[in-house]
Design a protein around this ligand. Structure first.
Ligand SMILES: [Cu+2]
Length: 169
């Protein structure tokens, strides 16, 4: 019996993720069971690895990153994002085209199926912020993610060049 327990705890250790670094290890979860019309139950999102890059010099374009996991039972869609820190926030994808990385706006947003994640991280999907001002290293900016079902989710996003690697959880 004792041996069995030891094996179990080893397996648990092996399943652990590496410790996230610093404040960027923040996690926000939102959940709702039932909607007023009674149609949708248990919509839930886990938001991790969020960060925003500070603006550099006179450059007013920057980006925000977040990993979104659908931990609920219904599909949801990230429709758009907004931040008081910028004139516009758009959802961008990054794809290889003829050997060149090209970014494009994902105007339909991102559908996230139950159990699936969408990762916004350097080199890939990102939330493009244009006309940004006062996005200073060490501060926080409120980023709002607009979901079709989960509604508006507010994140206090640390401004840092130490961007955490997003990962599918
Ligand atoms: Cu972009």
């Amino acid at each position: 019996m004792k041996r069995f327990i030891a094996v179990l705890s080893l397996a648990a250790l092996a399943a652990c993720h590496p410790a996230p670094k610093g404040e960027t290890g923040s996690k926000t979860t939102v959940s709702q069971e039932t909607r007023a019309d009674g149609m949708v139950t248990h919509d839930a999102m886990e938001l991790t690895a969020y960060a925003m890059r500070p603006t550099l010099g006179n450059n007013t374009t920057t980006a925000a990153y977040v990993t979104i996991r659908n931990s609920g039972d219904v599909a949801d869609r990230l429709v758009s994002a907004s931040c008081a820190c910028a004139a516009s926030a758009t959802l961008h994808t990054m794809t290889m085209k003829g050997g060149v990385m090209e970014m494009a706006e994902q105007t339909d947003g991102f559908i996230i199926a139950p159990g699936q994640s969408v990762v916004f991280a350097p080199g890939g999907n990102h939330i493009m912020l244009e006309g940004a001002k006062g996005v200073i290293e060490g501060s926080h900016e409120e980023l709002v993610l607009h979901f079709e079902k989960a509604g508006d989710v507010k994140l206090s996003v640390p401004v840092t060049n130490d961007i955490p690697a997003g990962h599918a959880m």
